[in-house]
Design a protein around this ligand. Structure first.
Ligand code: NDP
Length: 339
Protein backbone atom coordinates (compact mmCIF):
# COMPACT_ATOMS: atom_id res chain seq x y z
CA UNK A 1 0.00 0.00 0.00
CA UNK A 2 2.83 2.38 1.00
CA UNK A 3 4.67 1.51 -2.23
CA UNK A 4 1.52 2.24 -4.27
CA UNK A 5 1.10 5.62 -2.52
CA UNK A 6 4.74 6.44 -3.22
CA UNK A 7 4.35 5.49 -6.91
CA UNK A 8 1.21 7.62 -7.23
CA UNK A 9 3.00 10.57 -5.60
CA UNK A 10 5.90 10.25 -8.04
CA UNK A 11 3.51 9.96 -11.01
CA UNK A 12 1.53 13.02 -9.85
CA UNK A 13 4.79 14.96 -9.37
CA UNK A 14 5.96 13.93 -12.84
CA UNK A 15 2.65 14.99 -14.41
CA UNK A 16 2.69 18.34 -12.60
CA UNK A 17 6.28 18.96 -13.79
CA UNK A 18 5.27 18.03 -17.35
CA UNK A 19 2.27 20.41 -17.29
CA UNK A 20 4.38 23.21 -15.78
CA UNK A 21 7.05 22.62 -18.47
CA UNK A 22 4.39 22.79 -21.18
CA UNK A 23 2.99 26.04 -19.75
CA UNK A 24 6.50 27.58 -19.80
CA UNK A 25 7.11 26.35 -23.36
CA UNK A 26 3.75 27.84 -24.46
CA UNK A 27 4.57 31.16 -22.78
CA UNK A 28 7.94 31.25 -24.60
CA UNK A 29 6.25 30.50 -27.94
CA UNK A 30 3.59 33.22 -27.56
CA UNK A 31 3.11 35.18 -30.73
CA UNK A 32 1.65 38.48 -31.91
CA UNK A 33 0.11 38.70 -35.41
CA UNK A 34 0.60 42.48 -35.75
CA UNK A 35 2.54 43.29 -38.98
CA UNK A 36 3.12 39.60 -39.70
CA UNK A 37 2.92 38.40 -43.29
CA UNK A 38 0.27 35.68 -43.40
CA UNK A 39 -1.02 33.51 -46.27
CA UNK A 40 -4.43 31.87 -45.86
CA UNK A 41 -5.13 29.36 -48.63
CA UNK A 42 -8.82 29.09 -49.46
CA UNK A 43 -9.30 32.54 -47.96
CA UNK A 44 -12.06 33.55 -50.38
CA UNK A 45 -14.95 32.18 -48.35
CA UNK A 46 -15.97 30.09 -45.34
CA UNK A 47 -13.46 29.47 -42.58
CA UNK A 48 -10.57 30.92 -44.61
CA UNK A 49 -12.36 34.25 -44.97
CA UNK A 50 -13.32 34.29 -41.28
CA UNK A 51 -9.67 33.62 -40.37
CA UNK A 52 -8.52 36.37 -42.72
CA UNK A 53 -10.97 38.86 -41.13
CA UNK A 54 -9.71 37.97 -37.67
CA UNK A 55 -6.08 38.37 -38.82
CA UNK A 56 -6.79 41.75 -40.43
CA UNK A 57 -8.41 42.89 -37.18
CA UNK A 58 -5.20 41.90 -35.37
CA UNK A 59 -3.05 43.99 -37.70
CA UNK A 60 -1.55 41.24 -39.90
CA UNK A 61 -0.81 41.69 -43.62
CA UNK A 62 -2.94 39.01 -45.21
CA UNK A 63 -2.64 37.27 -48.57
CA UNK A 64 -5.47 34.97 -49.64
CA UNK A 65 -5.72 32.55 -52.53
CA UNK A 66 -8.45 30.45 -54.15
CA UNK A 67 -9.42 29.38 -57.67
CA UNK A 68 -12.55 31.50 -58.18
CA UNK A 69 -11.45 35.05 -59.02
CA UNK A 70 -14.86 36.71 -58.49
CA UNK A 71 -15.20 35.20 -55.01
CA UNK A 72 -11.63 36.26 -54.21
CA UNK A 73 -12.32 39.85 -55.19
CA UNK A 74 -15.50 39.95 -53.08
CA UNK A 75 -13.46 38.60 -50.14
CA UNK A 76 -10.75 41.23 -50.74
CA UNK A 77 -13.38 44.03 -50.69
CA UNK A 78 -14.73 42.65 -47.41
CA UNK A 79 -11.23 42.61 -45.87
CA UNK A 80 -10.27 46.06 -47.19
CA UNK A 81 -13.46 47.53 -45.74
CA UNK A 82 -12.12 46.41 -42.35
CA UNK A 83 -8.93 48.35 -43.06
CA UNK A 84 -6.90 45.33 -44.13
CA UNK A 85 -3.65 45.36 -46.09
CA UNK A 86 -4.59 42.53 -48.43
CA UNK A 87 -3.18 40.67 -51.45
CA UNK A 88 -5.24 38.22 -53.52
CA UNK A 89 -3.99 35.44 -55.77
CA UNK A 90 -6.10 33.30 -58.09
CA UNK A 91 -4.11 30.14 -57.44
CA UNK A 92 -4.90 26.44 -57.35
CA UNK A 93 -2.85 24.97 -54.50
CA UNK A 94 -2.48 21.70 -56.41
CA UNK A 95 -0.50 23.57 -59.10
CA UNK A 96 3.03 23.52 -57.66
CA UNK A 97 4.53 26.07 -60.04
CA UNK A 98 1.68 28.51 -59.44
CA UNK A 99 2.10 28.12 -55.67
CA UNK A 100 5.85 28.85 -55.86
CA UNK A 101 5.14 31.92 -58.00
CA UNK A 102 2.53 33.17 -55.54
CA UNK A 103 4.78 32.79 -52.50
CA UNK A 104 7.61 34.51 -54.41
CA UNK A 105 5.32 37.44 -55.23
CA UNK A 106 4.21 37.78 -51.61
CA UNK A 107 7.89 37.86 -50.56
CA UNK A 108 8.66 40.52 -53.23
CA UNK A 109 5.79 42.66 -51.98
CA UNK A 110 5.97 42.31 -48.19
CA UNK A 111 8.93 40.07 -47.42
CA UNK A 112 8.92 36.37 -46.53
CA UNK A 113 5.92 34.65 -44.98
CA UNK A 114 5.75 34.62 -41.20
CA UNK A 115 2.64 32.47 -41.00
CA UNK A 116 1.20 29.97 -43.46
CA UNK A 117 -2.34 28.70 -42.91
CA UNK A 118 -3.25 25.74 -45.13
CA UNK A 119 -7.02 25.91 -45.11
CA UNK A 120 -8.08 25.21 -48.74
CA UNK A 121 -10.33 22.18 -48.87
CA UNK A 122 -13.13 20.42 -50.71
CA UNK A 123 -16.01 18.23 -49.55
CA UNK A 124 -17.41 15.30 -51.51
CA UNK A 125 -20.31 13.67 -49.64
CA UNK A 126 -21.49 10.34 -51.06
CA UNK A 127 -21.44 6.55 -50.57
CA UNK A 128 -18.13 4.84 -51.29
CA UNK A 129 -19.44 2.94 -54.34
CA UNK A 130 -20.15 6.23 -56.11
CA UNK A 131 -16.64 7.60 -55.48
CA UNK A 132 -14.33 7.34 -58.50
CA UNK A 133 -10.51 7.28 -58.67
CA UNK A 134 -10.76 10.94 -59.77
CA UNK A 135 -12.54 11.80 -56.49
CA UNK A 136 -9.73 10.21 -54.50
CA UNK A 137 -7.09 11.99 -56.60
CA UNK A 138 -8.82 15.34 -56.15
CA UNK A 139 -9.04 14.92 -52.37
CA UNK A 140 -5.40 13.83 -52.01
CA UNK A 141 -4.18 16.58 -54.35
CA UNK A 142 -6.11 19.26 -52.47
CA UNK A 143 -5.57 18.15 -48.88
CA UNK A 144 -2.07 16.64 -49.00
CA UNK A 145 -0.25 17.87 -52.12
CA UNK A 146 -1.67 21.42 -51.72
CA UNK A 147 -0.22 21.92 -48.22
CA UNK A 148 3.02 20.21 -49.32
CA UNK A 149 3.33 22.68 -52.19
CA UNK A 150 2.80 25.77 -50.03
CA UNK A 151 5.03 24.46 -47.24
CA UNK A 152 7.86 23.51 -49.60
CA UNK A 153 7.64 26.95 -51.20
CA UNK A 154 7.64 28.81 -47.85
CA UNK A 155 10.10 26.61 -45.98
CA UNK A 156 13.47 27.78 -47.39
CA UNK A 157 12.88 31.34 -46.11
CA UNK A 158 11.52 30.08 -42.78
CA UNK A 159 14.56 27.82 -42.33
CA UNK A 160 16.94 30.63 -43.25
CA UNK A 161 15.35 32.88 -40.64
CA UNK A 162 14.93 30.08 -38.09
CA UNK A 163 11.33 31.20 -37.54
CA UNK A 164 7.84 30.64 -38.89
CA UNK A 165 4.42 29.28 -38.03
CA UNK A 166 2.50 26.75 -40.09
CA UNK A 167 -1.11 25.84 -39.38
CA UNK A 168 -2.66 22.91 -41.22
CA UNK A 169 -6.46 22.76 -41.09
CA UNK A 170 -7.24 19.05 -41.23
CA UNK A 171 -10.48 17.68 -39.74
CA UNK A 172 -11.86 15.32 -37.13
CA UNK A 173 -12.31 13.22 -40.29
CA UNK A 174 -8.50 13.04 -40.28
CA UNK A 175 -8.57 11.18 -36.95
CA UNK A 176 -11.77 9.15 -37.22
CA UNK A 177 -13.08 7.77 -40.51
CA UNK A 178 -16.79 8.31 -41.04
CA UNK A 179 -19.19 7.00 -43.73
CA UNK A 180 -19.88 8.89 -46.98
CA UNK A 181 -16.64 10.88 -46.68
CA UNK A 182 -14.04 8.24 -47.55
CA UNK A 183 -11.78 10.21 -49.98
CA UNK A 184 -12.06 13.21 -47.63
CA UNK A 185 -11.08 11.15 -44.57
CA UNK A 186 -8.26 9.32 -46.39
CA UNK A 187 -6.76 12.63 -47.51
CA UNK A 188 -7.21 14.35 -44.13
CA UNK A 189 -5.62 11.36 -42.33
CA UNK A 190 -2.66 11.83 -44.67
CA UNK A 191 -2.54 15.55 -43.85
CA UNK A 192 -2.60 14.87 -40.10
CA UNK A 193 0.34 12.45 -40.42
CA UNK A 194 2.29 14.86 -42.61
CA UNK A 195 1.60 17.81 -40.34
CA UNK A 196 2.56 16.00 -37.14
CA UNK A 197 5.71 14.62 -38.75
CA UNK A 198 6.67 18.13 -39.86
CA UNK A 199 6.21 19.45 -36.35
CA UNK A 200 8.62 16.85 -34.94
CA UNK A 201 11.33 17.71 -37.46
CA UNK A 202 10.92 21.48 -37.73
CA UNK A 203 10.67 22.32 -34.02
CA UNK A 204 14.47 22.21 -33.68
CA UNK A 205 14.75 24.72 -36.57
CA UNK A 206 12.49 27.32 -34.88
CA UNK A 207 9.40 26.56 -36.96
CA UNK A 208 6.19 25.72 -35.13
CA UNK A 209 3.62 23.51 -36.86
CA UNK A 210 0.06 23.25 -35.54
CA UNK A 211 -2.50 20.70 -36.71
CA UNK A 212 -6.17 21.63 -36.35
CA UNK A 213 -8.89 18.98 -36.46
CA UNK A 214 -12.26 20.72 -36.41
CA UNK A 215 -15.56 18.95 -36.06
CA UNK A 216 -18.47 20.41 -38.01
CA UNK A 217 -18.30 24.23 -38.28
CA UNK A 218 -21.01 26.55 -39.57
CA UNK A 219 -18.96 28.11 -42.35
CA UNK A 220 -21.78 27.78 -44.93
CA UNK A 221 -19.75 25.25 -46.95
CA UNK A 222 -22.55 22.76 -47.83
CA UNK A 223 -23.34 25.33 -50.56
CA UNK A 224 -20.01 24.48 -52.21
CA UNK A 225 -19.73 20.74 -51.55
CA UNK A 226 -20.50 18.04 -54.14
CA UNK A 227 -23.00 15.21 -53.73
CA UNK A 228 -23.48 11.91 -55.53
CA UNK A 229 -25.90 8.99 -55.46
CA UNK A 230 -29.19 10.13 -53.91
CA UNK A 231 -27.82 13.65 -53.96
CA UNK A 232 -30.89 15.41 -52.54
CA UNK A 233 -30.89 13.20 -49.46
CA UNK A 234 -27.10 13.42 -49.12
CA UNK A 235 -27.27 17.21 -49.30
CA UNK A 236 -30.12 17.39 -46.79
CA UNK A 237 -28.23 15.16 -44.31
CA UNK A 238 -25.04 17.13 -44.63
CA UNK A 239 -26.69 20.55 -44.50
CA UNK A 240 -28.87 19.70 -41.49
CA UNK A 241 -25.90 18.25 -39.53
CA UNK A 242 -23.90 21.35 -40.41
CA UNK A 243 -26.69 23.59 -39.08
CA UNK A 244 -27.44 22.05 -35.71
CA UNK A 245 -25.89 24.21 -32.98
CA UNK A 246 -25.20 21.15 -30.76
CA UNK A 247 -23.28 19.41 -33.53
CA UNK A 248 -21.62 22.30 -35.32
CA UNK A 249 -19.50 25.19 -34.11
CA UNK A 250 -19.80 28.86 -34.95
CA UNK A 251 -17.12 29.74 -37.56
CA UNK A 252 -15.92 32.91 -35.76
CA UNK A 253 -15.37 30.95 -32.55
CA UNK A 254 -13.49 28.28 -34.49
CA UNK A 255 -11.26 30.92 -36.15
CA UNK A 256 -10.38 32.52 -32.80
CA UNK A 257 -9.48 29.12 -31.37
CA UNK A 258 -7.31 28.32 -34.40
CA UNK A 259 -5.38 31.59 -34.09
CA UNK A 260 -5.00 31.05 -30.34
CA UNK A 261 -3.53 27.60 -31.04
CA UNK A 262 -1.11 29.18 -33.52
CA UNK A 263 -0.15 31.91 -31.02
CA UNK A 264 0.56 29.31 -28.34
CA UNK A 265 2.26 26.96 -30.77
CA UNK A 266 -0.02 24.05 -29.85
CA UNK A 267 0.72 20.73 -31.52
CA UNK A 268 -2.78 19.46 -32.25
CA UNK A 269 -6.17 20.90 -31.42
CA UNK A 270 -9.51 19.18 -31.92
CA UNK A 271 -12.26 21.79 -32.20
CA UNK A 272 -15.80 21.44 -30.87
CA UNK A 273 -17.20 19.43 -27.97
CA UNK A 274 -18.77 16.63 -30.08
CA UNK A 275 -15.48 16.17 -31.97
CA UNK A 276 -13.47 16.15 -28.73
CA UNK A 277 -15.77 13.53 -27.19
CA UNK A 278 -15.66 11.40 -30.35
CA UNK A 279 -11.86 11.68 -30.41
CA UNK A 280 -11.47 10.56 -26.78
CA UNK A 281 -13.98 7.73 -27.26
CA UNK A 282 -12.13 6.59 -30.40
CA UNK A 283 -8.76 6.64 -28.60
CA UNK A 284 -10.17 4.51 -25.77
CA UNK A 285 -12.35 2.16 -27.83
CA UNK A 286 -11.25 2.18 -31.49
CA UNK A 287 -13.03 -1.08 -32.39
CA UNK A 288 -16.33 -0.20 -30.75
CA UNK A 289 -16.13 3.29 -32.21
CA UNK A 290 -15.63 1.92 -35.76
CA UNK A 291 -18.60 -0.44 -35.27
CA UNK A 292 -20.79 2.47 -34.19
CA UNK A 293 -19.84 4.49 -37.29
CA UNK A 294 -20.68 1.45 -39.40
CA UNK A 295 -24.13 1.41 -37.77
CA UNK A 296 -24.51 5.15 -38.34
CA UNK A 297 -23.67 4.55 -42.01
CA UNK A 298 -26.86 2.46 -42.30
CA UNK A 299 -28.91 5.56 -41.52
CA UNK A 300 -27.38 7.46 -44.45
CA UNK A 301 -28.91 7.25 -47.95
CA UNK A 302 -28.27 4.01 -49.86
CA UNK A 303 -26.53 4.25 -53.27
CA UNK A 304 -28.81 5.05 -56.23
CA UNK A 305 -29.96 8.34 -57.70
CA UNK A 306 -27.39 9.87 -60.04
CA UNK A 307 -24.77 7.24 -59.12
CA UNK A 308 -21.28 8.53 -59.86
CA UNK A 309 -22.61 11.80 -61.33
CA UNK A 310 -21.91 14.94 -59.31
CA UNK A 311 -24.47 17.46 -58.12
CA UNK A 312 -24.10 20.81 -56.43
CA UNK A 313 -26.31 22.43 -53.78
CA UNK A 314 -28.67 24.23 -56.20
CA UNK A 315 -29.33 20.92 -57.99
CA UNK A 316 -29.99 19.12 -54.72
CA UNK A 317 -32.44 21.32 -52.80
CA UNK A 318 -35.45 19.65 -51.16
CA UNK A 319 -38.03 20.50 -48.50
CA UNK A 320 -35.62 19.25 -45.82
CA UNK A 321 -32.59 21.18 -47.09
CA UNK A 322 -34.66 24.38 -47.21
CA UNK A 323 -36.37 23.91 -43.86
CA UNK A 324 -36.01 25.73 -40.55
CA UNK A 325 -33.39 23.13 -39.62
CA UNK A 326 -30.91 24.59 -42.09
CA UNK A 327 -31.49 28.28 -41.32
CA UNK A 328 -28.14 28.72 -39.52
CA UNK A 329 -26.11 27.32 -42.41
CA UNK A 330 -27.94 29.57 -44.88
CA UNK A 331 -27.15 32.58 -42.69
CA UNK A 332 -23.46 31.56 -42.44
CA UNK A 333 -23.32 31.08 -46.21
CA UNK A 334 -24.46 34.68 -46.78
CA UNK A 335 -22.05 36.07 -44.17
CA UNK A 336 -19.07 34.09 -45.45
CA UNK A 337 -19.25 34.63 -49.21
CA UNK A 338 -20.48 31.09 -49.94
CA UNK A 339 -23.44 32.05 -52.15
P1 NDP B 1 -15.33 26.14 -48.09
O1 NDP B 1 -15.75 25.22 -49.18
O2 NDP B 1 -16.30 27.14 -47.62
O3 NDP B 1 -13.99 26.91 -48.49
C1 NDP B 1 -12.94 26.23 -49.10
C2 NDP B 1 -11.95 27.23 -49.62
O4 NDP B 1 -10.86 26.51 -50.21
C3 NDP B 1 -12.51 28.14 -50.71
O5 NDP B 1 -11.92 29.39 -50.62
C4 NDP B 1 -12.07 27.45 -52.00
O6 NDP B 1 -12.04 28.37 -53.08
C5 NDP B 1 -10.68 26.98 -51.55
N1 NDP B 1 -10.13 25.89 -52.36
C6 NDP B 1 -10.63 24.66 -52.57
N2 NDP B 1 -9.81 23.96 -53.37
C7 NDP B 1 -8.77 24.78 -53.68
C8 NDP B 1 -7.62 24.64 -54.49
N3 NDP B 1 -7.35 23.50 -55.14
N4 NDP B 1 -6.75 25.69 -54.57
C9 NDP B 1 -7.01 26.85 -53.91
N5 NDP B 1 -8.08 27.03 -53.13
C10 NDP B 1 -8.96 26.01 -53.03
O7 NDP B 1 -14.89 25.19 -46.85
P2 NDP B 1 -14.80 25.53 -45.29
O8 NDP B 1 -14.50 26.96 -45.08
O9 NDP B 1 -15.97 24.95 -44.62
O10 NDP B 1 -13.54 24.63 -44.88
C11 NDP B 1 -12.24 25.17 -44.72
C12 NDP B 1 -11.31 24.05 -44.26
O11 NDP B 1 -11.79 23.50 -43.03
C13 NDP B 1 -11.22 22.89 -45.25
O12 NDP B 1 -9.91 22.40 -45.30
C14 NDP B 1 -12.14 21.85 -44.62
O13 NDP B 1 -11.80 20.52 -44.98
C15 NDP B 1 -11.90 22.10 -43.14
N6 NDP B 1 -12.98 21.61 -42.31
C16 NDP B 1 -14.24 22.14 -42.46
C17 NDP B 1 -15.26 21.68 -41.66
C18 NDP B 1 -16.64 22.26 -41.75
O14 NDP B 1 -17.55 21.77 -41.04
N7 NDP B 1 -16.89 23.27 -42.56
C19 NDP B 1 -15.04 20.64 -40.64
C20 NDP B 1 -13.67 20.18 -40.57
C21 NDP B 1 -12.70 20.66 -41.37
P3 NDP B 1 -12.14 27.89 -54.64
O15 NDP B 1 -13.14 26.78 -54.70
O16 NDP B 1 -12.52 29.12 -55.39
O17 NDP B 1 -10.77 27.42 -55.00
Amino acid sequence: MAALKQTLKIAAGGLAALLAGRAVARALRTYDFRDRVVLVTGGSRGLGLVLARELVDRGARVAICARDTAELERAADDLRQRGGDVLTFPCDVTDRDAVFRMIGRIADHWGPLDVLINNAGIIQFAPLVTMTPADFDEAIKTHLDGPRNTIEAALPDMLRRGAGRIVNIASIGGRIAVPHLVPYCASKFALVGYSQGLRCELAQRGIVVTTICPGLMRTGSPRNATFKGRHREEYAWFKISDSLPILSMNAERAARKILRACERGDALVVLGVPAKLADVFYSLFPGLSADLYALAGRLLPAPGGIGTGRARDYESESTWSQSLLTRLTDRAAVQNNET
